[in-house]
Design a protein around this ligand. Structure first.
Ligand SMILES: [Zn+2]
Length: 416
């Protein structure tokens, strides 16, 4: 079930309305994407309805379905008696196909088992160390136990969300200023220990993929997802596709210089946006003002704010303003329709969101600001995103909003 192409570039330029869509491999890929998209959305569904909703020939749908069945992405379920007495066999995504996933943070990793529909079967947090060998060993042990616990399931692969940049081809951790695990082949060690293929990517990309696969991104073609936790990361969806850039480094807004005299950043520079907008920055600002009652974690600081501590409230207000300043850079550069937020910031979005919204609206070059949407529990998004990484690369199914819109528009016409 290995993807035969790691770079789907060019595929989406294919015109779906060309005269003979089945004549090229490109078209078959797109048709397969559309069938899978409809299956995900309308399961359980019969072949005849897949053909009707996709607008594809019955024979084309049958070929695609047979392939998906062979590859175990989907399963046949019960037959359903219709009004006319036919008994079509219903098709669903194979819920027994699962992925091992881990969300690696600088201090700990959350390991989990996720199925094709994005449901969690197990979840467990493990401490990691600054030493890569020990950290990866702990993750491998936990994932191994989970695999044994669900031995009846079929494991498709391992997806890892990292707090840093991963090269899209070599899958090596290239750059992770808050996690010093460079020069260690994380993927090879995990693959060897677990006997499964391992896919890795940056946490922000994972969150964006999670939204693409399991969220509601159909109406957006241009979006930015900003994760604000210990650091600040971003992922860019441009024309419905995740933007990777050279070496997968696109989207590092967190390390754009804001103030050359600002605090020292782990990337080696001073005054990056991350040093003003991250939760570490809020803690630093608060602890400078309240040395007698330091906040150890962001949760502490939020509880101080909830109790009305003016220093905590001021630190959060300043963070929101710094976030908005950075968003001006993002809106000026990319003009997204929406900006999604993940990470610690979503826990205080009720307080910080309106400040960010107001400050950004006052800083737009022109027009109205993009919709700002917190996506809630960032941990779940990163874990689902890690699962989506495996799906995206192994299923030969490259979900994009373009595919979703194509499937969606036909779906809506069919429902009307
Ligand atoms: Zn930096």
């Amino acid at each position: 079930m290995q993807s035969k192409r790691s770079q789907p570039a060019g595929k989406r330029r294919f015109d779906l309305h060309a005269e003979d869509p089945a004549s090229s491999e490109l078209a078959r890929d797109i048709n397969r994407d559309i069938v899978l998209e409809l299956l995900r959305r309308r399961q359980p569904i019969a072949r005849v309805d897949l053909a009707r909703l996709s607008g594809l020939q019955r024979s084309t749908v049958s070929l695609i379905v047979e392939q998906l069945l062979r590859e175990r992405w989907i399963v046949e379920g019960a037959t359903v008696r219709t009004a006319r007495g036919r008994r079509p066999t219903m098709l669903s995504l194979n819920a027994d196909l699962v992925m091992l996933v881990a969300d690696v943070r600088p201090s700990h990793a959350v390991c989990a088992v996720v199925d094709l529909n994005g449901h969690f079967l197990a979840r467990q947090s493990v401490p990691v160390a600054s030493d890569a060998e020990i950290g990866v060993q702990r993750i491998a042990e936990t994932l191994g136990r989970m695999r044994d616990e669900f031995a009846r399931k079929s494991f498709e692969g391992v997806g890892i969300s990292m707090p840093g940049r991963v090269h899209p081809e070599s899958q090596q951790l290239l750059w992770a200023p808050n996690l010093r695990w460079h020069d260690y082949d994380i993927r090879a060690v995990l693959a060897d220990r677990l006997g499964l293929k391992v896919e890795m990517d940056n946490a922000a990309n994972a969150c964006m993929l999670s939204e693409l696969w399991f969220g509601r991104m159909e109406k957006y073609r241009n979006a930015v997802l900003v994760t604000i936790s210990e650091g600040v990361g971003a992922a860019v969806l441009a024309n419905g596709q995740l933007l990777l850039g050279k070496d997968g480094m696109a989207g590092e807004f967190g390390h754009i210089l804001i103030d050359p005299n600002g605090p020292q950043c782990n990337c080696g520079e001073r005054g990056c946006w991350e040093m003003f907008a991250s939760t570490r920055a809020v803690l630093r600002r608060y602890n400078e003002r309240a040395p007698e009652q330091p906040a150890i974690t962001f949760t502490h600081l939020m509880s101080f704010a909830d109790q009305g501590d003016p220093r905590a409230l001021a630190a959060l207000e300043e963070q929101a303003q710094w976030i908005a300043r950075g968003l001006r850079m993002i809106t000026a550069a990319l003009s997204p329709e929406t900006i999604l937020f993940a990470g610690d910031i979503t826990a205080c979005w009720e307080r910080s969101g309106p400040v960010v919204q107001r400050e950004l609206a006052a800083r737009m070059l022109m027009g109205t600001p993009p919709a700002l949407i917190p996506i809630g529990d960032g941990e779940m998004a990163r874990l689902r995103g890690a699962a989506a990484l495996v799906l995206q690369r192994h299923s030969n199914y490259h979900r994009s909003t373009t595919t979703a819109q194509r499937a969606g528009s036909r779906d809506m016409v069919a429902q009307a």
